[in-house]
Design a protein around this ligand. Structure first.
Ligand code: C2O
Ligand code: CU
Length: 482
């Protein structure tokens, strides 16, 4: 066949094909995530304008697996959690195939008092891909952050892992697997953790299993009793991938805590919803009328009714509480104006390959995972970070091991109560300036908590000078944090 075509035409066609294919092949090859990638060996070190420090590598530096709670402190709260792949029941709906902890999803509620040493033993009986437990929002020591491939190996069937940490900060938190989390969390491997609750507190952990939205694992209108005239604290927890509006029909409320931190001078809210970031928590204080009230949870059939008798029904209010200006201002415990480092976390999206798969992929400062910046800090640094979203979708950004305070949104300075978060809803086209103190040495994920987005590469790490980890992505135990 080629004999009939003029040689030149064949050559031209061949060259043209190569011109198109070679860069594509190169891009494809470049996008492959190396097997056994160490978190310290991702894209490039970003020192945020602070002094460059030598990045430690395995064998030189402090191994994060040594960063643990005091070994001689006895446990005040001891919990054993057995993870299984099995069916469980969603009251009001029926059976669901997924994962359980001690045969339930959500897993057992864990409560502790401030200062308690909490010890949780995870036993993986039958989760085939392995599992871990991450303490979302709790500033635990690095060795028990529960991230497969970063702070530990995934706990495989038949294996056990013990998490120990001191419950330093009161508040509403949750826990979940951080191995294949986009699948395991959705399918049930999560639970509630509250530090220093009072007996009258109401928990409303919202979770969507396979399009079925539940509260505390139950579907439809759910009821809890309470004393009329009393003030209850409702702890809202959003364990889903997207933001959720919550509101109260039949009473006013105050937003008394955000992501575990008390709000300063919370004012009464009426006719507004409050947004609960994916992964985030909002505590409401509600003084109950004589009849029942209803908490709206994103619309849809699942709601929480508090009290007895008929509860009012309402639609989602048009307006929502703006935490940038809610409550009373107060001094911060550090001065963001004297920051040691300024990082940019610019989220974009572009066509290309990710691990050899073509698609539209997230970028951080123009780079795709794993070629993303590693934000490097020294212990004690005051850090500012600008989080900018130009990607066309909302991203709930979550930094492990630290609480960050919001300084501004789209150039408008915060004027309300100090707005501390661990999960921040960053809409498309929004820019937040946040700040924190680097006071918890380790290697900490800083990722989108829309977990499929994280699995698509919207993750990076906050690294402390001199800290190393012996763990790897993939590797013998198939660590896949997202
Ligand atoms: Cu809720 Cu990286 O976690
Ligand atoms: Cu996202």
């Amino acid at each position: 066949m080629t004999a009939r075509l003029p040689r030149r035409r064949v050559l031209v066609a061949l060259v043209a094909t190569l011109v198109v294919l070679a860069p594509l092949g190169w891009m494809w090859q470049q996008s492959l995530v190396p097997n056994g990638l160490a978190p310290m060996d991702m894209g490039y070190a970003d020192y945020g304008g602070g002094p460059a420090m030598s990045m430690a590598h395995a064998g030189h530096g402090r191994d994060l697996s040594k960063l643990v709670a005091p070994a001689n402190q006895a446990a005040d709260v001891s919990v054993k959690l057995v993870a299984r792949k099995e069916s469980f029941d969603i009251p009001g709906r029926g059976p669901m195939k997924g994962y359980t902890l001690n045969h339930t999803s959500p897993g057992p509620r864990i409560t502790a008092k401030q200062g308690d040493l909490v010890e949780v033993t995870l036993i993986n009986e039958s989760v085939p891909d392995g599992a871990t437990l991450h303490w979302h929002g709790v500033d635990v020591p690095a060795a028990v952050a529960g991230v497969a491939g970063v702070t530990q190996d995934a706990v495989m069937p038949g294996q056990t892992f013990v998490y120990r940490f001191v419950a330093v900060d009161v508040g509403t938190y949750w826990y979940h697997s951080h191995q294949l989390s986009h699948e395991q969390v959705k399918d049930g491997l999560y639970g509630v953790l509250v530090i220093s609750p009072s007996p009258s507190d109401v928990i409303a952990a919202v979770h969507t299993y396979d399009k079925i939205r539940t509260v505390n694992g139950e579907y439809g209108e759910r009821r809890v009793s309470a004393v009329p005239g009393s003030t209850v604290r409702v702890r809202l927890i959003n364990t889903d991938n997207g933001p959720m509006a919550a509101w109260v029909d039949g009473a006013q409320y105050r937003v008394v805590a955000v992501d575990g931190t008390e709000v300063n001078g919370p004012t009464l809210v009426e006719g507004k919803s409050v947004l609960v970031t994916a992964g985030g928590r909002i505590d409401l204080a509600i003084t109950l009328p004589s009849g029942a009230i209803r908490i709206g949870l994103g619309g849809g059939p699942t709601t929480l009714v508090i009290g007895s008798g008929d509860a009012p029904t309402g639609a989602e209010p048009g307006a929502s509480v703006d935490l940038l200006s809610y409550g009373k201002t107060a001094a911060l415990p550090f001065d963001p104006a004297s920051a040691d480092r300024h990082f940019e976390y610019r989220i974009g999206r572009r066509p290309g390959f990710y691990d050899g798969v073509p698609g539209l992929w997230w970028t951080i400062n123009g780079h795709q995972f794993p070629k993303v910046p590693m934000f490097v800090v020294a212990e004690g640094d005051i850090v500012r970070m600008t989080v900018q979203n130009k990607s066309g979708q909302v991203h709930p950004m979550h930094l492990h091991g630290h609480h960050v305070v919001v300084l501004s949104r789209n150039g408008v300075a915060a004027t309300g109560s100090p707005w501390w978060v661990d999960s921040l809803n960053v809409e498309d086209d929004e820019t937040y300036e946040i700040a924190f103190v680097a006071d918890n040495p380790g290697i900490w994920m800083d990722h989108c908590h829309n977990l499929p987005h994280a699995a698509q590469g919207l993750i990076t790490h906050l690294m402390y000078e001199g800290i190393t980890t012996p763990y790897h992505h993939n590797g013998p135990t198939k660590n896949q944090p997202e």
